[in-house]
Design a protein around this ligand. Structure first.
Ligand SMILES: Cc1cc2nc3c(=O)[nH]c(=O)nc-3n(C[C@H](O)[C@H](O)[C@H](O)COP(=O)(O)O)c2cc1C
Length: 319
């Protein structure tokens, strides 16, 4: 019997996966769910403007124009403010609330948020519980963790905390904070976590292509996966993972037409400086998997003025 189709989500990535990137990628198909970049919560209740800035899709029933649900991700250390902010996001129509306990950034960890909370599973429990109680039962509350701060064994107590708090699913970036982004991702912890909890598990980390997905499925025993950098390096990765694209399909031919539209959307909705830096960022990521993208990136990366960047970009894309 063949394996059921996987549930595939696009990972939250601060400074990379904003609504323009979500729109660009979800139009290509194959993505079941997205999550916003994290919204930092201290003691205050964010205004609706802040939620709409991170998640303009809230105006569209919390879906991208292609119809993919978008969860709002919150990051913080205090149950009560997180609950109040979650309640507001849910009232504004968020498809779900995702709680970030994986962020490795030093400033975030110093200020009591992200992966540092993995050292205190009881605090994870209190946060999940408070958020779960604050939003309607119809709004899923999901949790994203790393294996631990420095000790991967922390994943067990944190998974139990997520489950006891009432989380609908648990995504595990299969590395500790200390591991950073150093390959490999340790998918082998997922079956051990499954021995402790019943909630659905989502495997995350180092899925770049179909072979990785198959290995991850085998090792982790999961049928839900989250993909981050692999989707930026190859926007068609979700189609590849689902076996929708022939293995030899020429990637650059399909990616090239996306770039002018991405630059234009960034210009229209933010400004041309933003468009220039985000397009360079994307080309750099595309370069890691594609020689033509690398040539384009090398040809345009030194152009700093948006007008000059754009005209060189267009010239090279047309040639
Ligand atoms: C630039 C960047 C920004 C990220 N921002 C977030 C974030 O806002 N929230 C979050 O939970 N994880 C964030 N992550 C972690 C990713 O969601 C994901 O867990 C990680 O990249 C591993 O998956 P991958 O190997 O498929 O990229 C970020 C990762 C990167 C590289």
């Amino acid at each position: 019997m063949s394996a059921p189709p996987p549930h595939l989500s696009l990972a939250p990535m601060e400074g990379v996966v904003d609504w323009i990137m979500r729109d660009t990628l979800t139009r290509l198909g194959g993505i079941d769910q997205c999550t916003t970049e994290f919204i930092r919560v201290t003691q205050y209740l964010h205004s609706e403007i802040v939620f709409r800035k991170f998640c303009p899709e809230l105006r569209m029933n919390s879906r991208t124009p292609a119809g993919t649900p978008v969860f709002v991700q919150l990051l913080g250390g205090q149950p009560e403010p997180l609950a109040r902010n979650a309640e507001r996001a849910a009232r504004m129509g968020a498809a779900g609330i995702d709680l970030n306990f994986g962020c490795p950034a030093k400033t975030v960890n110093r200020h009591d948020g992200g992966a540092s909370l993995l050292k205190c599973p009881d605090r994870v429990l209190q946060i999940v519980k408070a958020v779960r109680a604050a939003v309607p039962a119809t709004t899923p509350v999901t949790v994203k963790i790393r294996l631990g701060f420095d000790d991967p064994n922390a994943c067990f107590d944190n998974a139990l905390a997520a489950e006891e708090g009432g989380a609908s699913s648990l995504t595990v970036h299969c590395r500790t904070r200390t591991d950073g982004y150093k390959p490999p991702a340790h998918w082998e912890w997922m079956p051990k976590i499954r021995e402790k909890v019943k909630l659905p598990l989502v495997a995350n980390g180092e899925i770049w292509n179909r072979a990785d997905l198959e290995r991850c499925r085998e090792v982790s025993g999961c049928d839900r996966f989250m993909i981050g950098r692999g989707a930026i390096a190859n926007p068609f990765v979700f189609q590849d993972l689902r076996g929708w694209r022939p293995a030899q399909a020429p990637l650059w031919t399909d990616v090239k037409p996306l770039i002018p539209g991405f630059f234009a959307a960034c210009t229209d909705h933010i400004n041309d400086h933003f468009a220039t830096s985000r397009t360079k960022q994307w080309l750099r990521a595309l370069s890691t998997k594609n020689q033509e993208a690398k040539e384009l990136f090398d040809g345009v990366k030194t152009y700093r003025k948006p007008r000059e960047f754009q005209s060189e970009l267009e010239r090279r894309l047309l040639s």
